[in-house]
Design a protein around this ligand. Structure first.
Ligand code: FES
Length: 155
């Protein structure tokens, strides 16, 4: 049986004929196109905390079982009034909108201080600033206060 050998360029061309660009982008790097516009997210999903907004605030108890128990952690806070990202550095908590400023997908993955949008790969730091596009605007921040063990987020 004859198995044709492809050059790298030919391989990329033929692969593009049978597999979606998004799948190729996640499997192969360097086949052209911009990684900043590919629909891939390589980071782990954030743990989700279901909560609610009452009197303009989200109130969370941060106990040992909370996804936010450890410094360096982050979570997606899901409420009927929207989704929020919360990260922890010591006893400092930073709350952001989880709505990507590119095309409003929910930013839902995180690793080592970087949030990533699953739709087109925009990345944000834990203070909401853009690390990688296509998003060009920072995520909105919300005021937080922490009185161990209660975290309050003003939204
Ligand atoms: S909606 Fe496009 S990167 Fe988030």
């Amino acid at each position: 049986m004859h198995i044709p050998k492809y050059t790298r360029r030919e391989f990329c061309f033929h692969s593009g004929q049978v597999v979606s660009l998004a799948a190729i982008a996640s499997a192969i790097t360097g086949c052209g196109g911009s990684s900043s516009t590919s629909a891939t997210s390589t980071l782990p999903n954030l743990p989700t905390i279901n909560s609610s907004v009452a009197n303009g605030a989200i109130t969370l108890t941060i106990d040992a079982s909370s996804p936010l128990a450890a410094t360096g952690s982050a979570a997606l806070i899901a409420t009927a009034n929207g989704n929020f990202l919360v990260s922890r550095a010591g006893d400092q908590f930073t709350a952001l909108t989880a709505v990507c400023t590119h095309e409003q997908c929910v930013v839902s993955t995180f690793s080592s201080g970087t949030y990533q949008c699953p739709c087109h790969g925009s990345q944000y730091s834990t203070n909401g600033s853009v690390i990688r596009g296509p998003a060009s605007r920072s995520l909105t921040t919300f005021q937080t206060s922490y009185a161990n063990p209660v975290l309050t987020i003003r939204v």
